[in-house]
Design a protein around this ligand. Structure first.
Ligand code: CP
Ligand code: NVA
Length: 308
């Protein structure tokens, strides 16, 4: 059975095939053709953290595929009162066809996958946000970029989004510059996996501490919040430490007519200036809307591969 816990679980071809399927499903959806690929199937959606896009896109997505989504806030289910993940997994696995979970620990997703007996999709963990990356890649493909040849600059925190960009670059083979303040670099063990993958894909990956060097000649400049969910108590320190990392006119001007992406929610005046956000709003909201289409393709892929 295949799960979707990190892009590292997939080959380059699998990633590209899911993107093709997403484009086809999107075209149909925009023509109001809703093929029931997952007729009568139920998706459990566990949320330990808040969400707007992930919740709505999965719930609408499974509905459009002919199935039903169950929103399960960990505050409302027994998981939040200490029921073990592996027991929750075994209960849900006997009742639902697929699980999407937004959790703190990546190991909880692995436990859900191990014990549930149904495909599990990562809807964000402290380490990765792979469904977001699929929407990002779909958006860049639609904007005409050659995914294998593009140059992406990720500017900001070495968090789950930076890790997912590392996985995407290292699988697909594009150039990725990541600029973070010192001591906010991506996790070493994740970087190691990316560098190992890059030997095959020929991705060029560079970690920097200067956003201006990172942005030079980039086709895509992207960022994310400096304060991820669960880090609220570090807010004041982080705002100080990230001085100089706001993506503004000066940084965008260094790119090559660069596209700007942001997974949202965005905090203007911090990781991105108001002007840059609004100038690139059509790209950013296309990216947000592509969550729906990319994730429908991911669910169909999981269903098609559940007997592997
Ligand atoms: N980008 C993203 O995952 O948004 P939500 O937190 O609103 O789901
Ligand atoms: N890095 C952010 C992404 C939000 C979609 C977080 O984990 O909160």
């Amino acid at each position: 059975m295949r799960h979707f816990l990190t892009l590292n679980d997939l080959s380059k071809d699998e990633i590209l095939n899911i993107l093709d399927l997403a484009s086809q499903i999107k075209k149909d959806t925009l023509n109001k053709i809703y093929t029931p690929y997952l007729r009568e199937q139920t998706l459990a959606m566990i949320f330990e953290k808040s969400s707007t896009r992930t919740r709505v896109s999965f719930e609408v997505g499974i509905h459009q595929l002919g199935g039903k989504g169950l929103f399960l806030s960990s505050k409302d289910i027994q998981l939040g009162r200490g029921e073990p993940v592996k027991d929750t997994a075994r209960v849900l696995g006997g009742m639902v066809d697929m699980i999407m979970a937004r959790v703190y620990k990546q190991s909880d997703l692995e436990e859900l996958a191990k014990y549930s007996g149904v495909p599990v999709i990562n809807g964000l963990s402290d380490d990765f946000h792979p469904v977001q990356l699929m929407a990002d890649l779909l958006t860049l493909k639609e904007l005409g970029l050659n995914l294998a040849k593009m140059k992406v600059a990720y500017i900001g925190d070495g968090n789950n989004m930076s890790h997912s960009w590392l996985m995407a670059a290292s699988k697909i083979g594009f150039t990725l510059n990541i600029a973070t303040p010192k001591s906010y670099e991506p996790k070493e063990q994740i970087l190691k996996i990316a560098l190992e993958n890059a030997k095959t894909s020929r991705a060029k990956i560079e970690l920097l501490n200067d956003p201006k060097i990172a942005a030079k000649d980039a086709n895509v400049i992207t960022t994310d919040t400096w304060i991820s969910m669960g880090q609220e108590d570090q807010k004041q320190k982080r705002i100080k430490d990230f001085a100089g990392f706001c993506v503004d006119d000066e940084i965008m001007a260094l790119g090559k007519n660069a596209i700007f992406l942001h997974c949202l929610p965005a905090y203007r005046g911090y990781e991105v200036s108001e002007e840059i956000f609004e100038k690139h709003a059509s790209e950013i909201f296309a990216q947000a809307h592509n969550r729906l289409h990319a994730q429908k393709a991911i669910m169909v892929w999981c269903d098609r591969n559940k007997n592997d």
